[in-house]
Design a protein around this ligand. Structure first.
Ligand code: NAD
Ligand code: DAU
Length: 338
């Protein structure tokens, strides 16, 4: 039977990859990509699928109740896969307000709309950052039972939205899942984040800013493995359940930056240690056992994933160059003039 799937934030990094994945994998589903096209959204990534019968784009703001509620009533979506968000921690430190509006208020508007039409399921794409930070003991991991202790305005806004999703399940019986994934990387990653920033700056022989001593640890997952996890949770996830997503690929930031520089044959002298991020979380590490029991297994390890990603950036220079030299050039110049 045909199903209507609303993907919010489908012009961004992970949502964009997910839209591709779903349009190609499920010709029997109609995929609606709803996005406001903020600085982080672009549709050029969808030029290969925009003529497909099962793909449609809707430009809208998730926090605009007057637009969202009638849209849901008209389209009667079966599933909502909610990616749309302000996603960059550094921006949440300089301008928290938009994070509250988009990530909290926007999620609440979508929940109201989903409740009103009675969707089959609402999948909320959250993050491991809601758990706060771990220390450097390699035997400690975030599980689904780890208390929420967000440290940045970004993660606080995501944790707030997680709690709203939970409350709509408990209070109104809305069928939901929450996924909490570790750091993603892969094609179409916006070049303000560590991995694409390092690749693009190394290719242009520019200095690469490493915050603090570079020893903070992130747990990296290729975006396609995240997409497959969401697909599985959408179809098989227990109603009301939370699933952590991660592939046990912990690396210090310095290890990540050096791996990229060395693969590109550039000099490590490009590395520049800069002032630390305020409230910089020390370490993230996911225990994915619950999701593995549902049948998920990542296809990439860090070595194969980063090699594929670097190759993609080499072959798609046009895409990231139009971003760093375009409308938002001032942002890249301001933040990274070292
Ligand atoms: P992104 O910043 O690349 O994309 C966000 C998208 O949301 C953009 O296309 C933007 O235009 C859109 N958007 C922003 N505000 C909107 C609004 N008001 N209405 C409609 N659309 C709006 O983000 P991403 O890295 O792809 O992350 C997607 C989701 O996954 C986020 O919810 C994030 O919290 C979560 N997440 C990200 C990571 C990661 O490593 N990037 C890891 C775990 C979870
Ligand atoms: O863990 C999941 C989260 O991962 C997502 O919820 C966020 O949306 C996503 O942006 C990402 O957050 P991080 O803050 O971990 O990602 P970022 O790429 O900004 O930074 C990764 C690490 O690298 C972090 O420890 C800060 C450091 N860093 C980052 C930048 C941009 C640097 O050292 N230099 C930099 O220039």
């Amino acid at each position: 039977m045909r199903k209507k799937i609303l993907v919010t934030g489908g012009a961004g990094f992970i949502g964009g990859n997910f839209v591709h994945y779903m349009v190609n994998k499920y010709p029997q589903y109609d995929i609606y990509n709803l996005d406001l096209l903020t600085y982080a959204g672009d549709l050029t990534k969808h030029c290969g699928i925009e003529s497909k019968q099962n793909y449609q784009f809707i430009k809208a703001d998730i926090a605009d109740r007057k637009a969202i509620i009638p849209l849901f009533e008209e389209e009667d979506f079966d599933y909502v896969i909610h990616f749309a968000a302000e996603s960059h921690v550094d921006r949440s430190i300089t301008d928290p307000e938009i994070f509250v509006r988009t990530n909290i208020l926007g999620t609440q508007v979508l929940l109201d709309a989903a409740k009103q039409i009675g969707v089959t399921k609402f999948i909320h794409v959250s993050t491991d950052e809601v758990y706060g930070e771990l220390d450097f003991d390699p035997n400690t991991f975030f599980t689904e039972d780890t208390p929420l202790q967000p440290n940045s305005p970004y993660s606080a806004s995501k944790a707030s939205s997680d709690l709203l999703v939970r409350s709509y399940h408990e209070t109104f019986g809305l069928p939901v899942n929450i996924t909490r994934c570790s750091n993603n990387y892969g094609p179409y990653h916006f070049p303000e984040k560590l991995i694409p920033l390092t690749i693009s700056r190394a290719l242009n022989d520019q200095k690469i800013p490493v915050y603090g001593d570079g020893k903070n640890i992130r747990d990296w997952l290729h975006v396609i493995d995240h997409c497959a996890a969401i697909d599985l949770v959408m179809h098989e996830g227990g109603n009301g359940e939370v699933y952590n997503v991660g592939g046990h690929n912990e690396r210090t930031n310095l290890e990540v930056v050096k791996a990229i520089i060395n693969t590109l044959g550039k000099s490590e002298e490009l590395i520049e240690f800069v002032e630390d991020r305020l409230g910089h979380d020390k370490r993230y590490a996911i225990d994915p056992t619950k999701l593995e029991k549902l049948g998920w297994k990542p296809t990439y390890n860090f070595e194969s994933g980063i090699a594929q990603t670097i190759q993609w950036y080499l072959e798609n220079k046009e895409w990231w160059e139009q971003i760093i030299t375009g409308e938002y050039q001032h942002y890249f110049e301001k933040q990274y003039s070292l």
